[in-house]
Design a protein around this ligand. Structure first.
Ligand code: PLP
Length: 837
């Protein structure tokens, strides 16, 4: 043995401890973090201390990869994707990061050596709920896949102090509890006090001549606040690439305090401080835009302004002249929430960097791409011109000028078609004038995409018909996907191990199409048996968890029939309720012949102000209270509501589902991603031809999918020729008796009025055509039951669903964006060389 220089030995030892991947290094770092960061030793550590130490130990290893990635991206001037999203529904970090680092087993064994249970530590993590549902979860899947696909990227968003509310169920009703997720500290983020930008609001604009005699505009805001960056590293799977999620927190600028202090207005200063901080205080808990909510517009401008200023700063620091901005960056708008970025980049280039309009527009227009997420008219964002002008007077001028030039182009192309000009304008006229954010996003972007084939076709045929006629080459489809790391490897370790064992490799985790290799084993009785055992174990886990979370006992032998997603009339949770009531009535009438024992499981939050959605939750729990307590039926059917559906609880649900309910009215669900997560975990789908259901059915085979209901075209046709739900109600005795049973008060302690708003709406209006699809849905459910009785057939269908689901990986979606929309290529970070590639 040589005797090394003691200083050197210490350094290499340290290096090893903080970044090494051996069990010894992990264990030492864990104990060090427990001691030096949490100030505890093993014997007195609380579960939270243990979680924090595990998180810091994992983070140490992330940081190494992240810093190396950042160096390579910077020195190589790599083209970079900036994903702009008002929401990121990340889910717990620890388990995902362990998987992507490849140290889950090592961490488990280190835990055992220390007498600790890794699963208990993972349970401690409170997830950052910085999103409402599908859209925010998509952004989180995309960030993970961007890293896995080795594409340089920055995710920009808002560091909400309070995320989506926690849902409790009291007396069957949803009760919202504030989500104080930062209360115990967030070990995954790194505050960047030196990365701060000012953001202005209000005031006025003025014209002036600059020192070169050019006529220019100046914005004098009446309020200026600061945005400070908080960075979270996002690691890819099986790669050293890590990207950056940069979230902005609003705060009062320091100078503000001084001024007030000098004038003795102490309370005024504190108040201004609070005022500023409210901007990133809370996530709006609604899937749809909040009509006229000033704070919401402030939030949007806040994060967009910080993000665009940051991109300009990065460009000037690395590449240099702003003329090449659109070569360095592509910015993806996740829905219209960040559409103000178009006007903000124009403002920065025109007013702060003295560019001509033509050049600024050329850069801006080449920078942005826009993803549309909905066709529902109530979900299309518009802002009244008066509010817009009061908050963002300079941006309104810019929007007007974009519009003036754009409408001239339209007039030139479609001579004399003023109706078209009217429809395409960025400003809706007639009544209160409003800024149409979707039109701004389309005009300001070089590519526009929908999120599933059907949706993208409907985008071109309906919502943006005029735009697709003007710029057909601008419109694309990129079908959504989800990350198999979280929704298979983390959520369903048993299934993942079975797949790995059967295929003989783990490559399917990064190349999900390789799940096809399972097809060769579909008839293998031993494999089928193992497949069923995996599902059964997941159902037992869920049943145990449900018992303590909701008090409902579920029988793992029964068919787990699950619908978990935000509550919305278009998603038609009430259609599933009608099926439960039908089963209940048939059991009461002694006709259980073609039923199988079923657990009807629901999960999902309702927007706090969405009365009908909350009434649907109450109805489910009310039906459950009757069914679950009726010994005549409760051996056959059970109803369970999983409270607080979020990413963490979703991970318990997807692996345990036999049947996935994707029953929206065709034409209404843009894509859906829950449908993909269920299918990846071996659930069969009962669904309409809506969103990505269409493509899932094509992929897994029509014979392995339970299809029912009208097509989008049929639904539209029927709406146009006069849809009369009350005739359906009158003419179908079973439908009538199901609805009448709700109105009878059976589920509401004799109150015949409680559910009237819901049943009256169904019978008289039924905007989402529940009654039109009722009969077909029941018939299809009968097929589901019959198929479930044939265990072997069901197992085969389940295996084939997983084997053929590969294209719904978000890796595939990201590669499509990279190739067709972003024109960006992967940059490999080589861990061995310390970063250079
Ligand atoms: C995937 C997911 C969704 C989206 O579900 P859909 O069925 O596509 O609407 C919503 N919420 C959470 C927590 C999710 O994980």
């Amino acid at each position: 043995m040589s005797t090394p220089n003691p200083t050197e030995s210490l350094d290499s030892e340290r290096e090893h401890t903080r970044t090494g991947m051996s069990k010894a290094a992990l264990k030492q770092d864990f104990l060090d973090n427990l001691f030096y960061i949490q100030g505890r030793f093993r014997e007195v550590a609380t579960p939270h201390d243990l979680y924090m130490a595990a998180a810091f130990t994992t983070r140490d290893r992330l940081l190494k990869r992240w810093v190396e990635s950042a160096q390579v991206f910077k020195t190589s001037h790599a083209r970079t994707v900036c994903y702009l999203s008002a929401e990121y529904l990340l889910g717990p970090h620890l388990a995902g990061n362990l998987v992507n680092l490849g140290i889950t087993e090592a961490a488990r064994e280190v835990g055992e050596e220390l007498g600790l249970d890794l699963d208990a530590i993972l349970e401690e993590e409170e997830e950052p709920g910085l999103g409402n549902g599908g859209l925010g979860r998509l952004a989180a899947c995309f960030m993970e896949s961007l890293s896995t696909c080795q594409i340089p990227a920055i995710g920009y968003g808002i560091r909400y102090e309070f995320g989506i509310f926690d849902q409790a169920i009291e007396d069957g009703w949803q009760v919202e509890k504030t989500d104080n997720w930062l209360r115990n500290g967030n070990p995954w983020e790194i505050p960047r006090p030196k990365i701060r930008f000012s953001v202005g609001y209000g005031g006025y604009t003025e014209s002036y001549r600059d020192d070169k005699g050019r006529s220019r505009q100046r914005w004098q805001p009446s309020l200026v606040i600061n945005g400070m960056a908080y960075d979270t590293p996002i690691l890819g799977y099986g790669t050293a690439n890590a990207n950056l999620l940069r979230l902005w927190k609003a705060e009062a600028p320091a100078s503000f305090d001084f001024q007030a202090f000098n004038t003795g207005d102490y309370y005024g200063a504190v108040y201004a401080n609070i005022q500023a901080e409210t901007i990133s205080k809370v996530l709006y808990p609604n899937d749809e835009p909040e009509a006229g909510k000033e704070l919401r517009l402030k939030q949007q401008y806040f994060f967009v302004s910080c993000s665009m200023q940051d991109m300009v700063r990065l460009h000037l620091n690395t590449v240099g002249p702003l003329e090449t901005f659109a070569d360095k960056f592509v910015a993806q708008l996740n829905d219209t929430h960040p559409a103000l970025a178009v006007a903000e980049l124009m403002r920065l280039l025109l007013d702060e960097h003295v560019m001509s309009w033509e050049q600024a527009w050329d850069i801006t227009h080449r920078t942005f791409c826009y993803t549309n997420h909905t066709l529902l008219p109530e979900a299309l964002e518009t802002w009244s011109v008066s509010l817009f002008e009061r908050l963002l007077p300079r941006h309104l001028e810019i929007v007007y000028e974009i519009n003036r030039r754009f409408l001239d182009e339209v007039r030139m192309r479609f001579l004399g078609d003023e109706a078209r000009v009217w429809r395409m304008s960025l400003i809706a006229e007639g009544g209160e004038r409003r800024v149409r954010m979707a039109n701004l996003a389309v005009v300001g972007s070089r590519a526009v995409n929908g999120v599933a084939e059907l949706h993208s076709e409907l985008v071109k045929a309906t919502l943006f018909k005029d735009f697709a006629e003007l710029w057909p080459e601008r419109f694309h489809n990129v079908t959504n996907g989800v990350t198999p790391r979280r929704f298979m490897v983390v959520a369903n370790p048993r299934l993942s191990k079975l797949i790995t064992r059967t295929c003989g490799h783990e490559d399917w985790i990064r190349d999900l199409e390789r799940l096809r290799e399972l097809e060769a084993h579909v008839d293998d009785a031993g494999f089928q048996e193992a497949w069923r055992a995996v599902k059964h174990a997941a159902k037992q886990d869920l049943a145990a968890w449900m018992q303590q979370a909701s008090g409902v006992r579920l029988d793992p032998e029964s068919l787990f029939d699950v619908q978990a997603k935000r509550f919305h009339e278009y998603k038609r949770q009430h259609l599933k309720v009608l099926h439960i009531i039908r089963c209940y009535q048939r059991l009461k009438q002694g006709q259980p012949q073609d039923l199988v024992p079923r657990a009807f499981i629901f999960g999902g939050k309702a927007a706090p102000g969405y009365f009908m959605a909350k009434l649907m939750i109450k109805l489910i729990n009310a039906v459950g209270a009757v069914v679950n307590n009726d010994p005549q039926v409760n051996g056959w059917i059970r109803v369970a509501f999983l409270p607080d559906f979020n990413v963490k609880n979703g991970q318990r649900l997807y692996p345990a589902a036999d049947l996935s309910e994707q029953i929206s009215l065709a034409g209404k669900e843009a894509s859906g991603t829950g449908n993909m997560k269920f299918s990846m975990n071996g659930a069969l789908t009962i669904g309409t031809l809506d969103g990505a259901n269409v493509e899932i059915r094509e992929a897994v085979g029509a014979e392995n999918f339970f299809l029912f209901g009208m097509t989008a075209a049929e639904a539209l046709q029927r709406q146009m020729t006069g849809y009369r739900p009350w005739e359906l109600y009158q003419n179908d005795p079973e439908l009538k008796s199901d609805i009448d049973l709700i109105n009878s008060g059976l589920f509401s302690h004799g109150d015949t009025q409680l559910f009237r708003p819901l049943t009256d709406n169904l019978v008289n209006h039924d905007p989402f055509m529940v009654l039109a699809d009722y009969r077909d849905y029941l018939d299809c459910q009968k097929m589901v039951s019959e198929t479930y009785k044939d265990t072997e057939r069901w197992t085969r269908m389940s295996i084939l669903n997983v084997a053929r689901i590969g294209r719904f990986s978000s890796d595939r979606a990201i590669r499509e964006y990279a190739e067709h929309i972003w024109k960006v290529t992967p940059r490999l970070i080589d861990p061995a060389s310390g970063g250079d590639s």
